[in-house]
Design a protein around this ligand. Structure first.
Ligand SMILES: Cc1ncc(COP(=O)(O)O)c(C=O)c1O
Length: 456
């Protein structure tokens, strides 16, 4: 297939008319790279350059690009029945997918509400918490605790829960609803404090926040198993189990936001139970559910919550939350085929096998002068850089990361710079040889960017 020939004027029109996510309206933007096709862990730009897709799209292309099986399943479903109203009708393969997902999900999280993406899964989880507490006659129990640096999407509630303070300027939030506490970033551990003591402090902070607001006012705690776009923060041992316990003690629902971590990224279908040993009350997912081939999210809700509601409700009690595209037939077909691939190609085992190699090879970069920390788990990682690691400066270091990003891309690797870290989440099919390629390009880019920056 030949790539479309875009003129400079076409590119400018794109920049003028397409409103990007996180658009900076104050500056004339530089043109984005146009991508034309993908294959495995690679994508191709319109000049024909092959690039390693370091972020796996946006943490989502789990089974890799160019999967004929998924494309055929999508086409077949579109031809057979392109749309079904989730309000009024069922489909046999939605039942099949739901039973399969419930079997993968931890504990009693057997109820699945399909959404259009991760944000609508988070929004639905929070609205379900409101609904649940209203039904229980606890209308005040609605406050939400989330973590600084967390990301939970772009709907009003999800954005309010997100803890990236810089993203809140100029945007309205649901005032007074969400309270942010610390996240377990290793670099924030005070000098001389053990990891266990750090964990104690973090767990204590959650409990204190609940007590300060009053348990009768707190409805939910939301946390990513590994904080993703906040810089790939892996919690200290026991953190999730202990925060889960605090929530149980105070009748606060624990929502695990697995939009990034579910469906293989850490070597398990779900990280909550397999890796962190917890069964949350609700889990939000999206991305890896269809490997990004078509949009889809899913909210998992425990049987316990539904049983309780059924016992309480005498009159009709509607959970009035739904999307025209909930459980879209084409998305269901894509999800089933995607899960077949994850299973048939033993991708969970593969991630458990290559994940430590990926972390170890990236870990070698910690020896570079400008690398402050390399963090990660499975096929999720961040390399945090600072031109002066003893005095990090976010604005200057973010600028440096943009230089690393530019050089990497010139040399065949797409990165995702987030502030002063580059985060990576390549397709789960990545091989050791491809990991070597990725790390070599990144190392060379960091070295060259350091030289260029210091020369200026
Ligand atoms: C943890 C987490 N939750 C929610 C979302 C929002 O998902 P979406 O962009 O599909 O709406 C994201 C997106 O990156 C995410 O990383």
């Amino acid at each position: 297939m030949t790539a479309p020939q875009l003129t400079e004027a076409d590119r400018q029109k794109f920049d003028e008319q397409v409103v990007y996510p996180w658009e900076d309206v104050s500056v004339a933007r530089s043109s984005k790279t146009f991508l034309t096709r993908g294959e495995g862990i690679y994508v191709y730009d319109d000049a024909g350059n092959r690039l390693i897709d370091g972020p796996g799209g946006m943490w989502c292309v789990n089974v890799g690009h160019g999967r004929t099986e998924i494309a055929e399943a999508i086409a077949q479903q579109a031809l057979t029945l392109g749309y079904v109203s989730p309000w009024s009708f069922g489909m046999d393969h939605t039942l099949r997918l739901t039973q399969r997902l419930a079997a993968y999900a931890p504990g009693d999280l057997n109820h699945v509400f399909y959404t259009t993406c991760g944000s609508t899964a988070v929004d639905s989880a929070l609205r379900f918490m409101f609904f649940y507490n209203n039904c229980r006659g606890l209308p005040k129990k609605k406050q939400i605790i989330a973590r600084r640096g967390g990301y939970h999407g772009s709907t009003f509630l999800g954005a309010t829960c997100s803890g990236k303070i810089g993203d809140k300027a100029y945007m309205d939030m649901a005032e007074g609803l969400v309270h942010h506490i610390s996240n377990p970033k290793p670099l924030d551990r005070p000098a001389g404090m053990s990891v266990d003591a750090f964990c104690d402090v973090l767990v204590e902070e959650l409990e204190q926040k609940i007590l300060e607001l009053g348990p009768e006012s707190v409805g939910a705690f939301i946390a990513e198993p590994v904080l993703g776009s906040g810089g790939v923060v892996v919690p200290p041992p026991g953190y999730h189990q202990r925060t889960r316990e605090v929530c149980r003690t105070h009748d606060v629902l624990y929502i695990s936001d697995e939009v990034v971590t579910a469906f293989g990224r850490l070597g398990s279908m779900f990280a909550s139970d397999d890796i962190y040993g917890i069964v949350p009350d609700m889990i939000t997912t999206a991305k890896g559910l269809t490997s990004g081939y078509v949009p889809m999210g899913a909210l998992f809700i425990s049987d316990r919550l539904f049983d309780e509601l059924r016992d309480l409700s005498v009159d009709p009690t509607y959970f009035t939350n739904g999307f025209t595209y909930s459980g879209h037939p084409v998305a269901v077909a894509a999800a089933e085929k995607n899960l077949d691939i994850i299973e048939n190609e033993n991708l969970l085992e593969h991630v458990r096998e290559v994940g430590p190699y990926f972390q170890a090879r990236l870990g070698e970069l910690a020896a570079l002068e400008v690398v402050r920390e390399v963090r990660g788990e499975g096929l999720m990682a961040a390399v945090e850089c600072s031109l002066d690691p003893d005095n990090p400066d976010e604005a200057r270091d973010s600028e440096f990361l943009l230089t690393v990003d530019r050089i990497s891309q010139e040399n065949g690797l797409i990165l995702r710079p987030v502030y002063s870290s580059c985060v990576m989440s390549p397709a789960l099919i990545i091989t050791r040889k491809e990991i070597d390629q990725l790390v070599d390009i990144l190392r060379a880019a960091i070295e060259q960017a350091s030289r260029e920056t210091r020369a200026n």
